[in-house]
Design a protein around this ligand. Structure first.
Ligand code: MN
Length: 228
């Protein structure tokens, strides 16, 4: 059937060392998945099951980009995260089988308009406009689990202008990747092409025009973007 407008473009993420790309469907994000970050945001990490929010697929912006400081905020924050790329869909996926649904991994930034999020929390409104906005998901090239395995420990860090701002370890995730997939697949049917941003360690903070952000996850990769 013909379409009444030009269809939106398929968002593609490069695969490291390959001509092929990973097509992005949806982006799910886990909130407060490292105890020290939950505490810095004023929450008790021991008492909360995982919760999820989302970003539009077209929030993805590739590593190497120069990104305009976003509209409608005076407090843009960085959150460095391990990103899971789903290769096989499913519902009610058991944690023991969850890694079989993972195609690969990347390094992402869950950029956040923290002032809008604080207002949303105060007024019990949705986080959507705080989390899902243009170019709010800088993302490295992806790497297949067939090459790198399934990282469950290792350094995750973010530097601004060469200075370390976030430094954590994947082993400190409250909900590791298999449990994230188990929980999320009870809420929605996961599909090939879905990305999951798995939460950020402590040290989140503001980004200013001119800042260069460099992020890293051991065994997964690196990303770098600059704000103007
Ligand atoms: Mn986050």
């Amino acid at each position: 059937m013909s379409t009444v407008i030009t269809p939106p473009p398929q968002i593609l993420v490069p695969v490291l060392g390959s001509d092929a790309a990973f097509p992005v469907g949806r982006i799910f994000c886990v909130g407060r998945n490292y105890a020290a970050h939950a505490r810095e945001m004023g929450h008790d990490p021991d008492r909360e099951p995982p919760f999820f929010f989302a970003k539009w697929a077209d929030a993805v912006v590739p590593t190497g980009s120069t990104i305009p400081y976003p509209a409608a905020t005076r407090d843009l924050h960085h959150e460095i995260e391990l990103v899971v790329a789903i290769g096989a869909g499913g519902t009610d996926i058991a944690a023991e089988r969850a890694l079989g649904h993972v195609w690969g991994y990347g390094v992402g930034l869950d950029m956040t308009r923290r002032d809008l999020q604080a207002e949303a929390k105060k007024l019990a409104r949705p986080w959507t406009m705080a989390k899902s906005f243009d170019q709010s998901a800088p993302l490295s090239a992806l790497r297949p689990a067939a090459e790198i395995g399934h990282p469950s420990a290792g350094a995750i860090w973010l530097k601004i202008n060469g200075e370390t701002r976030q430094s954590g370890d994947l082993a400190d995730q409250i909900w590791p990747v298999p449990e994230i997939i188990a929980h999320l697949s009870r809420l929605v049917a996961l599909r090939p092409g879905d990305l999951i941003m798995t939460g950020t360690p402590d040290g989140v903070g503001p980004v200013r025009p001119g800042d260069r952000l460099e992020g890293h996850v051991d065994g997964v990769g690196d990303l770098a973007v600059t704000y103007r």
